[in-house]
Design a protein. Structure first.
Lengths: 184, 980
């Protein structure tokens, strides 16, 4: 079991690109992504990762491609766009979202209890584990959430204009955790 | 009086508390009620209407009398049940409903005037004049009959809100609930056991039941211990489930423990299966003056002596129609309380039952006719089997009328309990999907039956969720008798016989309602207010139904109970809000230049969820008007810039985007070239204007749309619906990019010179290369991706420059630097609004959900060569009526007068009445360019009335202004300035 409590950090340098298959091109796009990046695009609410990039399901035929950091704003999306164009022509849509999403990482034994105050979905290990993703909400803020490990660690992307409010929501939830998680 | 030994209190942990200004001492493990009884406090409150003295009546959440205000100042919480309030050090409670004091209550005169307060009193008395309803009657009623008072201050408590999920939810931790939780928990299912009390055990805590050769409470403790060891079982104490909702959703309220941060926590529990083990409620008996302090439910008296070691009296009489009541006599005797007599109207009580009375006098076939005493019980008048009356002195009367299964939660989704003649009680009817009732709530009243039923229900629920079925042999339990007769009102001409103690509804109120023609339980409930207090009729409902059935000459089962609705337990509104209150009531969105604007001293305004810079005051400026005027002049004469990132931005991709736009917008889109922008108008399906904005084509299969700030989410939804549902055959992908881009409007005669210096070199901004309504991608700030659009909202030469949001502040700094020679001026939404009114652009006040394109002078944008959303319904006669109100401009005849939005337009000479209302002023501004007030308005046949005079009347704020109707474009109607 991990340390008690939970740790929240903002991932300011993360790169995010939104990727969508053109109509009827889902399989072709999946093959191209596999070939170009080794990424197996999930077609259910899950994520897959390869060589520093993560493909997170973001709706039918849509994904967020997330990398820990990109040196130049928009560099990742440009790289993706270039690779896709080369492999697939114009059969996918790519939109730079690095500045459009604020990424948070929440980790630790209390992470699940904290999120139980914010997300209306079941994050119990039997229902949601590493590899899972969800489009849900964080309080009143729409978010895309995925679990990366058993700590548990979650990464949560919210529209960047909501970043401060999301931070406040996390803080309020943490302050409301029961002092002791096992009843006396 | 505290008993010298026993009970589940911790005598090593004394707790000091105050009630009604006096100091008392109790122990950890006490409730406020048990501590008061242990201190000999019998009088705890005054009743709602009659202001009769009242004492503790129950030992649980069904308490109708012992409601107190807890805490003082802003912390004050009214209507708190002393019987469920866990005692803590320093607790302070106040009686409510008494003035000036608990012992001497002036309003008790209401008791003497009680005939006035009979059923339907409010309806009969406070009828006329209607002008008195709010000013006189309501305050009067509230003062005389109010419950506790709110503090009136912001609630300082911390409230929490949690989403919980489980396989099996068990409600109630009495014998059946504990058994169910154990059976389900052992199978490995995810179990939540919710118990309202702070201890697990239910009746096992208050009774001397025997389980597996030991005490019931010891068995409860051992189960509680085992539940702790089950990794997937969670036990929530102090948690009341108050509502059942669709899809296996349950609402619960958890009280925070003493000393904790959280006052209470709202839990939304989603469960695949539920075992409702909510137990049963003991019924009071209806006889004269049955509300005297010292009259108490028999089971509560047992609880006080057994669980809390608190004797609720010194000399008791038990009045029972159930076998169960006789156990009370045994338990009281054992605790050292003298039991004078057990009175049971039944004459066929078994010898094994009557043996429980020990040395007490056994009066079968008899009944208590009246309770004697005032602020405390002095004795009872008993009518014997032979009809003779005698008085027995006592200070405690324990009453038992049998038990009613606690079924409220089974009925929240519309099912109705059904009468069971065998159980002499209502039984669960159809239950909500996935919910099974177990234990006493299901009519299994003995401990042995409840245990067996609980184990079976828990195992069944877990099995239904895919866990192995466990057959657990229920432990043996001691023999118990559970038989009772339903007793009706013991009529007595003297004294009032209360049915609903909390709402002061008496047996004669039911008779009166019946005499006045009320027959249906739902009508009688509303007419008499029976069961409508905060206790939701837990104690009164059964007896009320029984009396009504008697009056109707019907059986109780024929008419059924009244409807149960959530919440079953009182829930503070603050609990639903949780952390989302005050500043966190809703999220706030910040623009990419927010911190920059803050540093410049901007004043902010809320625009939906966004905070936007309203204006940027300079030192020495007297008011906002002066700042805004300066900002407008700077744009009209030089250059200014404004953060417009809040406009919705939607990226569209795919070969069919042009077709998609053709169907969404009213105007033509098929021929938009790459590198060009176009203004578009979108309608709702019903032909009313939805939104407007520009869409630019950045590539052959790549467009970017802008929407108004207010409608961004709505337009996106509208488009997703169109894309996914209406035209799934179109190859279009879309994503919101609102937050991705910092978008800055740069406007004014010197806008081009400014922009040229901030873009990376090599971009041709000449009017030939980049004319009005051009759009392009380029770079800014040394290589960052950028988009440039030549669009204008101000009417001046204007550009919008977009860069990744993180560069917002850098972009603002760069613009200030390169624009310094032109005295570049940042402007806020106020100046933006002034300039759009000067240009007659419709915005929120005009796109008000009632206007058509024709109303706004935009009919030229309605293509006749294609179909689009809203076209067909927009052709309805009502929407094309030439008499409709249309957009016009207004100028005051006396230019020094100020026009105000909201004023109504009336013809000169016509009366200022609704019949002559011809429209209203939608937007106004002081125009720095014209030097006077201007307005946009919607006016009947406005376009044909240019040059006419109208009166602007404002009955709400007073005042009247005469104005001239003009075209809605006040500045540069030809548009030369924006084209350059």
């Amino acid at each position: 079991m991990a340390e008690p409590g939970s740790h929240l950090e903002r991932l300011p340098g993360a790169a995010v690109a939104w990727l969508a298959a053109r109509r009827g091109q889902g399989e072709a796009l999946a093959r191209a992504m596999q070939a170009a990046f080794g990424l197996a695009l999930p077609d259910t609410p899950r994520w897959a990762a390869a060589s520093g990039r993560r493909a997170v399901w973001a709706g039918p035929g849509q994904w967020l491609i997330v990398a820990a950091h990109e040196p130049v704003p928009g560099g990742l999306a440009q790289e993706l766009a270039a690779a896709l164009t080369a492999v697939l022509g114009a059969r996918a849509a790519v939109s730079i979202q690095s500045d459009g999403r604020a990424l948070f990482r929440l980790s630790g034994a209390d992470a699940r209890e904290t999120l139980a105050r914010l997300c209306p979905i079941d994050l119990h290990p039997r229902a949601f584990g590493p590899g899972h993703a969800a489009l849900t909400r964080l309080g009143q803020i729409a978010c895309c959430l995925w679990q990366t490990d058993d700590a548990p660690t979650y990464e949560i992307a919210v529209p960047s204009s909501y970043a401060a409010s999301a931070g406040h929501a996390f803080a309020a939830a943490t302050a409301r955790l029961p002092a002791s998680r096992t009843p006396p | 009086m505290r008993l010298p030994a026993g009970g589940r209190i911790d005598r090593a942990r004394p707790l000091a508390f105050r009630f009604d200004g006096r100091y008392y001492s109790g122990f950890a493990g006490d409730t406020l009620a048990s501590a008061l009884l242990a201190n000999g406090v019998r009088l705890v409150g005054r009743s709602f209407k009659h202001h009769r003295p009242r004492g503790v009546f129950t030992a649980g959440p069904e308490e109708p009398n012992a409601l107190v205000e807890l805490g003082r100042g802003a912390e004050r919480t009214p209507n708190t049940r002393a019987t469920t309030t866990e005692l803590r050090e320093g607790l302070e409670a106040f009686p409510q409903n008494c003035w000036p004091s608990l012992r001497f209550d002036l309003m008790a005169v209401n008791g003497l005037l009680a005939p006035l307060f009979a059923a339907g009193f409010y309806y009969k008395t406070f009828m006329w004049p209607s002008s008195f309803w709010e000013k006189v009657y309501e305050p009067l009623i509230r003062r005389a009959a109010g419950l506790g008072r709110l503090s009136g201050a912001p609630d300082p408590g911390v409230y929490d809100k949690v989403h919980d999920f489980c396989d099996v939810l068990v409600i109630g931790a009495g014998p059946a609930g504990l058994a169910a939780a154990l059976a389900a928990g052992r199978s490995g299912a995810r179990v939540i056991l919710a118990e309202e009390d702070f201890e697990l055990g239910g009746r096992l805590l208050g009774d001397r039941a025997e389980i597996a050769g030991g005490s019931g409470s010891a068995w409860a403790a051992s189960v509680a211990g085992e539940l702790k060891t089950l990794a997937e079982t969670r036990v929530l104490r102090r948690t009341a489930v108050f509502g059942v909702y669709d899809g296996g959703t349950y609402g619960a309220l958890e009280q925070g423990p003493a000393g904790g941060v959280v006052r209470c926590r709202y839990r939304k529990i989603v469960a695949r299966r539920c075992v409702l083990a909510s137990g049963a409620l003991e019924r009071p008996l209806v006889f004269a003056d049955n509300d005297r302090p010292g009259v108490m439910l028999a089971s509560a008296a047992r609880t006080y002596v057994n669980r809390f070691a608190a004797a609720p009296g010194r000399r008791a009489v038990v009045f029972t129609t159930s076998d169960d009541g006789w156990r009370t006599a045994a338990d009281l005797t054992r605790a050292g309380v003298a039991v004078a007599a057990v009175v049971d109207p039944r004459s066929d009580v078994g010898a094994d039952v009557t043996a429980l009375a020990g040395d007490a006098e056994r009066l079968t076939g008899a009944a208590v006719a009246r309770a004697l005493g005032g602020a405390a019980l002095r004795g009872v008048e008993v009518a014997g089997a032979d009809g003779a009356r005698r008085v027995i002195a006592c200070d405690l009367l324990a009453v038992s009328g049998g038990w009613s299964p606690n079924l409220a939660l089974t009925a929240h989704l519309g099912a109705r309990p059904v009468w069971s003649a065998q159980a002499q009680a209502f039984a669960p009817g159809a239950t909500p999907e996935g919910l099974r009732v177990a234990g006493a709530a299901a009519g299994r009243f003995t401990t042995a039956e409840a245990l067996a039923d609980g184990f079976a229900a828990g195992a069944e629920a877990a099995e239904a969720c895919g866990f192995p079925a466990l057959r657990i042999e229920a432990p043996g339990a001691g023999p118990e008798a559970a038989r009772w007769a339903t007793l009706r009102h013991i009529a007595n001409a003297r004294g009032k016989s209360y049915l609903d103690l909390q709402h002061d509804v008496t047996a004669s109120d039911i008779d009166l309602a019946h005499r006045e023609g009320f027959r249906a339980p739902e009508h009688v409930k509303r007419y008499t207010t029976l069961g409508m207090a905060t206790d939701q009729g837990r104690l009164s409902s059964h007896n009320g139904l029984a009396l009504l059935a008697q009056a109707n000459g019907a059986a109780i089962g024929e008419q059924g109970p009244t409807t149960h609705r959530p919440p079953y337990a009182p829930v503070p509104i603050a609990a639903f809000a949780g952390a989302e209150r005050d500043g966190a009531f809703r999220p706030v969105r910040h623009t990419p230049t927010h911190a920059w604007a803050e540093r410049r001293g901007a004043v902010f305004v809320e625009a939906g969820l966004w905070l936007r810079a309203q204006y940027f005051p300079n030192p020495g400026e007297r008011d906002w008007q002066e700042s805004v005027t300066r900002e407008v002049r700077a744009v009209r004469n030089g250059v200014g810039f404004c953060d417009v990132s809040t406009l919705g931005k939607i990226e569209l991709f795919g070969p069919d985007v042009a077709t998609f736009l053709e169907r969404l917008y009213t105007n033509a889109w098929a021929n938009l070239a790459v590198g060009r922008a176009r203004y578009g108008l979108m309608l709702r399906e019903d032909g009313i204007v939805l939104d407007d904005g520009t869409t630019s084509r950045l590539g052959p299969e790549h467009y970017v749309m802008t929407t108004t700030t207010a409608n961004a989410a709505r337009v996106f939804q509208h488009m997703e619906f169109a894309r996914q549902v209406l035209w799934p055959e179109l190859d279009v992908q879309m994503v919101s990019a609102t937050d991705q881009w910092a978008q800055i409007a740069i406007a004014g005669p010197l806008a081009r010179e400014t922009l040229a210096r901030v873009l990376d070199p090599g971009f041709d901004l000449s009017d030939a290369a980049f004319p009005y309504m051009a759009a392009a991608e380029t770079t800014v700030l040394a290589g960052a991706p950028a988009r440039v659009f030549r669009v204008s909202f101000s009417g001046e030469r204007g550009y919008e420059l977009a860069a990744p949001a993180r560069l917002g502040e850098a972009l603002a700094d760069a613009l200030m630097a390169v624009g310094a020679p032109f005295a570049i001026t940042p402007y806020g939404v106020e100046a933006l609004g002034v300039m759009r009114i000067e240009k007659g652009h419709p915005a929120g006040p005009e796109l008000n959900g009632q206007t058509t394109p024709g109303d706004l002078g935009l009919a030229k944008l309605l293509s006749r060569r294609k179909d689009y959303i809203g076209r067909r319904l927009g052709e309805r006669p009502g929407l094309t009526d030439p008499d409709r109100q249309t957009l016009v401009g207004l100028k005051p005849i006396d230019r020094s007068q100020r026009l105000r939005a909201g004023g109504h337009l009336v013809r000169e000479g016509a009366p200022a009445s609704a019949a002559h209302d011809e429209g209203h002023v939608t937007s106004t501004a002081y125009s720095p360019t014209l030097g006077h007030s201007i307005a946009l308005a919607l006016l009947a046949r406005g376009a044909q009335r240019l040059g006419e005079r109208v009166r602007i009347v404002d009955p709400l704020r007073g005042g009247e202004v005469v104005a001239e109707v003009c075209a809605p474009v006040f500045v540069d109607p030809g548009g030369e300035r924006l084209r350059g």
